[in-house]
Design a binder for this molecule. Sequence first.
Ligand code: SME
Length: 165
Amino acid sequence: MPAPNLTPEMISLLSRLRELSATVPSLDALQKAMVMVIARELPHYNWTGFYMLDPADPQTLILGAFVGEPTPHVRIPVNEGICGAAAASGETVVVDDVNADPRYLFCSIRTKSEIVVPIRAHGQVVGEIDIDSHTPAAFTEADRAFLEEAARIVGAWIEKHVTNQ
Ligand code: SME
């Protein structure tokens, strides 16, 4: 069940993401569709993307589907960055002011706040959803609940369709 603090827009968006997850032919197709839909519907999400752990090197995240400015961070070790912190801890990380966080890996001068939500499959972290905003402290408890549910949709897709996890 969605958390009670989700906005009606987020509840409807999650329904669309669940529908997408039932019809897409691949994980990449799911992630591409998700970033497009999410970025279009939530205007304070100025960079929306996936990082997935490299199956050949689970200590490294690899950039996947994203919408937003190109980033130099196409591979991120799990001991670096806000992205690495979320993957290493398995916990959502919310940073209200990226410039005040020494872990922050610079992507855009316009980015002011960031949220990173781990994706789990079979109980293990397999990747994450990363969102940057041009607005300081843009991410509320509703954003966290929305993105954690979106991450569960991706994790459930992997559990159902990917056999070598
Ligand atoms: N800022 C992230 C790096 C990824 S870019 O924001 C897309 C970090 O600190 O890990």
